[in-house]
Design a protein around this ligand. Structure first.
Ligand code: NAP
Ligand code: MG
Length: 462
């Protein structure tokens, strides 16, 4: 695999300050496919300085010109879709079709949406005798996970650039090659030097240095709750803006009037897609007791069919973690109806699509984010019971409701403590704000709400 042996800082690829490297492993065959530099605090500092130097010029660039650069970025991402998809498959292990449609496809739509928003957003408004200016926050430190390598980057960088901010990105150590391709695309799109900078490296080294850097004005983080908490605390101590996207344990609520077969089929596919490594995945299926046995049978069959198509999880540590959760589910008394903790293949970090029945709300597998292809099916007595179970975790990122008619599903969705709900299998919308209630996070990504995260207001009175 093609890899840069430097970091993209100030518009050029430069060697890192240290000599350590990160090995990039293909999770499907466990082979090392490339190495990238492991950035240090010194590299982060160089990148933040480059961003700071570029910030005033980019902030003063007319929004229409920023929009034109973002449109160019979208075009490059579109033109290099195949290469992006191949790279995501190589370092994340996702099946080629998923890499093309989702991993390479969605970022094109998101970049395009911010090209449009930069061109149309009212960066100035009137309020009584005031003019309110919406100004960029400054230098952004973006820290991203590996599960949707390019999407997670674009969902932060595109709105930040649209707002007029400069960015330093520290991508996940497991998926740095996609991040390098993104940096190439930024360069090709003619975005001025220093406006976007990339430091590859380890979380506790480069990530932490970025989060703690005094000249970073806003930290945007997506990843685990444990790291998110620390980053929130550091940002709080420094009184700087922070956005945290920390995962979920979303409910898929199937009301008795729903098309059960469809709701179960879509629900299983939702959990198994990307090998279960989706923070908004509907990992808890809630079924009325009268339809429970039928739903369990449908889900077990669907999961077994999915087995041939599923990719590996990202690394050995995640594989061990997911297997540990499956063992815990069995130990706590849940009934395994598909899959299980054994590796389905000799090589690669694979997990069988797994379905648990007779899961109760207090079980670990019903409370904690597993981040693997594991579905829990829970039984409810009536609608109030379903709501209690749906809302009964510390998370609140996403969810789904299925019912015979939309208004019934919407009435239930209004009572859910969660940031996004798909009604009867509603389609992904790149303009819909995405983010968490409760411990799923702070702030929103995507659409106009994702843009305003990177803006601060200044009021002029006349
Ligand atoms: P993670 O460690 O939180 O990784 C997210 C990002 O933060 C990565 O770029 C990571 O770098 C970086 N990071 C790690 N420690 C840091 C620190 N002390 N300071 C600053 N940045 C730091 O997550 P993970 O270990 O990859 O995955 C563990 C679990 O997190 C998963 O099982 C899942 O439950 C959850 N997760 C959630 C999402 C989501 O979309 N919400 C995405 C991925 C994972 P490294 O890559 O070097 O670790
Ligand atoms: Mg980590």
């Amino acid at each position: 695999m093609k890899a840069h042996d430097g970091m993209y800082i100030g518009g050029a690829w430069r060697p890192g300050a240290g000599s350590d490297v990160i090995e990039v492993v293909n999770p499907a065959d466990e082979q090392v496919i490339a190495t990238v530099p492991a950035g240090t605090a010194e590299d982060v500092d160089t990148a933040v300085r480059a961003a700071r130097a570029a910030f005033p010029g980019w902030a003063a660039t007319p929004p229409a010109e920023r929009a034109a650069r973002l449109a160019a970025l979208r075009d490059v991402l579109e033109a290099r879709k195949d290469e992006i998809a191949e790279t995501v498959t190589a370092e994340l292990g996702s099946p080629p079709a998923l890499s093309r449609t989702v991993h390479a496809g969605v970022p094109v739509a998101v970049a395009g949406s911010y090209a449009d928003l930069a061109a149309t957003y009212a960066f100035e408004e009137k309020a009584g005798n005031s003019t309110v200016l919406h100004e960029p926050v400054g230098v952004v430190g973006a820290i991203t996970p590996w599960n949707y390598p390019l999407h997670q980057i674009v969902a932060k960088v595109a709105p930040a650039l649209a707002a007029g901010c400069a960015v330093v990105l520290k991508p996940a150590e497991d998926t740095p090659l996609t991040a390098q391709l993104f940096a190439e695309a930024v360069h090709e799109a003619g975005i001025p030097a220093g406006v976007f900078n990339l430091v590859t490296g380890l979380g506790p080294v480069a990530g932490q240095a970025l989060a703690e850097h005094p000249d970073v004005d806003l930290v945007s983080f997506t990843g685990s709750t444990a790291v998110g908490r620390r980053i929130g605390a550091v940002a709080g101590g420094a009184v700087k803006r922070v956005a945290l996207e920390l995962g979920g344990k979303s409910a898929n609520v199937i009301l008795p009037s729903a098309d059960l077969a469809k709701a179960v089929a879509v629900g299983v596919a939702n959990v198994m897609s990307n090998s279960g490594q989706t923070c908004s995945a509907w990992t808890r299926m809630l079924v009325h007791r009268d339809q429970y046995d039928e739903a369990v049978e449908l889900a077990a069959t669907a999961a077994a069919k999915y087995g041939e198509r599923i990719g590996p999880v990202v690394n050995a540590k995640q594989q061990a973690r997911v297997r540990g959760y499956i063992e815990k589910g069995v130990a706590e008394g849940a009934r395994l109806v598909a899959g299980g903790p054994e590796s389905p293949r000799e090589q690669g970090y694979y997990i069988s699509p797994t379905v648990f029945a007779d899961v109760t709300p207090d079980m670990t597998i019903a409370q904690e984010e597993i981040f693997g292809p594991v579905l829990s099916i829970l039984r409810y007595e009536d609608e109030d019971d379903a709501l209690r179970v749906a809302n009964g975790t510390v998370y609140g990122l996403a969810g789904a409701v299925w019912a015979g008619d939309e208004s019934e599903a919407v009435a239930f969705a209004r009572r859910m403590d969660t940031g996004q709900v798909d009604i009867n299998g509603g389609r992904f919308n790149p303009l819909a704000p995405f983010g968490g209630y409760k411990q799923s996070g702070v702030g929103r990504e995507l659409g106009v709400h994702g843009l305003t995260e990177y803006l601060q207001t200044k009021s002029l009175q006349f």
